[in-house]
Design a protein around this ligand. Sequence first.
Ligand code: HEC
Length: 250
Amino acid sequence: MSVFFLKSLLGIGILVSAVVAVFTMLEIFGRSEKKYDIEKLKKIHRANGILYFILFLFISYFCIEYIIKTKMEPSARALFHSLSAVVIVILLALKVSIVRVYRQFYNQVKIIGFLIALISFAMFAASGGYYLLITKFGSDKAFMEAVSLKKEPVKETVKIVLKTDPQSIGKGKELYESKCYFCHDAYSNKREVGPGHKGILKNPLLPVSKKPATPENAANQIRNPYKDMPSFSYLLDEDVENIVAFLNTL
Ligand code: HEC
């Protein structure tokens, strides 16, 4: 299961929890003639709040790890998503401190609760909801197509010069860390989304296509990828050569 799928499922957990929170709140404050046992409802509301926060922490951990790992500039959607998360944390802290300490503001707690639920929905829609939609509920193949930068694959094979100078290798490493690192582990053969790259050009064959492990075939994989990898056909020849120079050191 991809981490994105897992994260989206946890996101659904957050939504359910938000609905439970609003429902219990409405029952506690909203009815003139109480239907359920108020003490019980309060307990459910509190336990549910804790569950919400645990899910929230889990998901934040994924997100922060992803940002650190990919070093990606956030998209507008990701920015909206993370800002919503920050606002939710602030509102939650405010709500808990009003309930526990600043009781004079108690009436505002309900509005804050509604706001938290509302922003939770927006936050989910911008990430988990979006992801589940574009992947047709988590099939990774659709995700690959969705993240793919491939338009028309460039068909000619790529001819390259294998560089070994430290400057090219350094540039290649930087590019690798921003474009490839998310799906590949450079220093092991563990499979992430794609195969690990340790010894990629030292072994006789490439791991998936079983083509000879030559610099040309590695460069070709970047431009006209075999199977499910997105194409990086927009990279300059020089960038591709630098990435291959780095792959050659692994
Ligand atoms: C979105 C995920 C993703 C990204 C980003 C990605 N790859 Fe891949 N890569 C894959 C997958 C998946 C495969 C295995 C192909 C398959 O199973 O369909 C693969 C396979 C490979 C292979 C082995 C090909 C073979 O013939 O066996 C190489 C080499 C490779 N990738 C290099 C790169 C480089 C270099 C970059 C960065 C410029 C990169 N990949 C970025 C997903 C990715």
